[in-house]
Design a protein around this ligand. Structure first.
Ligand SMILES: NC(=O)c1ccc[n+]([C@@H]2O[C@H](COP(=O)([O-])OP(=O)(O)OC[C@H]3O[C@@H](n4cnc5c(N)ncnc54)[C@H](OP(=O)(O)O)[C@@H]3O)[C@@H](O)[C@H]2O)c1
Length: 332
């Protein structure tokens, strides 16, 4: 472990609030891996909306808290038994917590080797979000060829991956996005129809979805926007269809009265990736599924921007300010 320093650059917070609570520190302690963990020298960390939920207090965090659910880099140290056979220098991508830092100690069973031919940027750029997108279309609501699916925020990190996967699966994709540029990007990435749900005039997005589906509605909506769209998502649900809520970009979905589901026998669910990758086998299934798609050129990762670690605050402001498309990364 001689090449591992005792301190590192990291971003953390010790109270909840806006992006200002994020603190950049150049002498944070490098974590010591426990038995069954590996120490990863991170190269790129992924930024995800969930990072802002921990920071704002929507999700509980223990202080000081280093955000970041994923990163790619190399193994710097293996501690204890090593049934998965990791070696120092292996290129890996991981999912856990503490990615806004140069080093992270991660349970070895949450670490996946990056296949040859996949860059560190694409590995982490596709990882958490790609696995989520696959879990949404395979398990939360297993889509069928020919179905019509609504994807909200279709030009976002999740949205661009979902639209590509759904198009390639043979679904008709209706995407919503805020503004003409985002709409154009969603279309380029596979949405058959795009609706600017921020437009100040003309029919509402709900009216437009109903018109596009001859008044019937869609087979499934994947709704990661939450508070601002959850009601409309129920309104555009086809008879016997499903609405999958999977995020809160505009705020959390409030409690829904179950009686509202009666008229069309609508199903609803709240989905989280973490519930689909509990076992090593499940993680490998989704991780290798995504990394293989990237390696084969079947899933394109659109990077919005790679920010230096010291600009993590700016990155979160941009994400929450709806100024981004695709994936945001931090360079460690
Ligand atoms: N359940 C899971 O396991 C899981 C995993 C990954 C991500 N997610 C969820 O997926 C969603 C998307 O995540 P992402 O990281 O890919 O973000 P993103 O979609 O790239 O960014 C969020 C987008 O949401 C839209 N939006 C609508 N109303 C908004 C508001 N009031 N404030 C901010 N944004 C608003 C904006 O797009 P427009 O300008 O086009 O409206 C914005 O760009 C989030 O809710 C996230 O929590 C869930």
């Amino acid at each position: 472990m001689s090449s591992v320093p005792s301190t590192m650059k990291a971003v953390s917070f010790s109270k909840t609030g806006g992006p200002d609570v994020l603190e950049y520190n150049e002498s944070a302690p490098v974590p010591e891996p426990k038995d069954g963990e590996v120490l990863v020298k991170n190269n790129f960390a992924g930024i995800n909306y969930i990072d802002t939920y921990f920071r704002s207090g929507l999700y509980p965090a223990q202080f000081p808290f280093i955000p970041g659910q994923e990163a790619s880099g190399t193994i710097a140290k293996v501690q204890g038994d090593n049934p998965l056979g990791f070696k120092e220098g292996d290129r890996v991508v991981w999912i856990k917590v503490g990615g806004y830092a140069e080093y992270t100690a991660v349970a070895a069973d949450r670490v996946i080797k990056i296949p040859q031919g996949v860059s560190d940027e694409d590995a982490v750029g596709s990882f958490l979000m790609g696995m989520t997108a696959l879990s949404l279309i395979k398990e939360a609501y297993p889509v069928k060829k020919g179905e019509t699916i609504l994807v909200h925020a279709a030009a976002g990190g999740m949205g661009l991956l979902l639209t590509q996967l759904l198009r390639d699966f043979g679904c008709t994709v209706i995407g919503t996005a805020g503004g003409p540029e985002k709409c154009a990007l969603a279309k380029e990435n596979g949405a058959h129809h795009v609706i600017d749900y921020k437009a100040s005039s003309g029919p509402t997005w709900v009216e437009q979805v109903l018109k596009l589906t001859n008044g019937e509605g869609v087979d499934c909506t994947y709704d990661g926007v939450g508070k601002d769209t959850y009601e409309g998502s129920l309104e555009v649900a086809k008879r016997k269809s499903k609405v999958v809520y999977y995020g809160s970009a505009s705020g959390a979905v409030p409690p829904i009265n179950i009686a509202r589901l009666t008229a069309k026998n609508t199903s609803i669910m709240r989905s989280t990736l973490m519930g689909y990758i509990v076992t090593r086998k499940e993680l490998e299934y989704y991780a290798n599924g995504v990394l293989d798609l990237v390696k084969d050129g079947k899933l394109k990762i659109k990077l919005h921007k790679v920010y230096p670690l010291a600009e993590a605050k700016q990155a979160q402001e941009d994400l929450e300010g709806r100024r981004t498309t695709g994936k945001l990364l931090l360079k460690l």
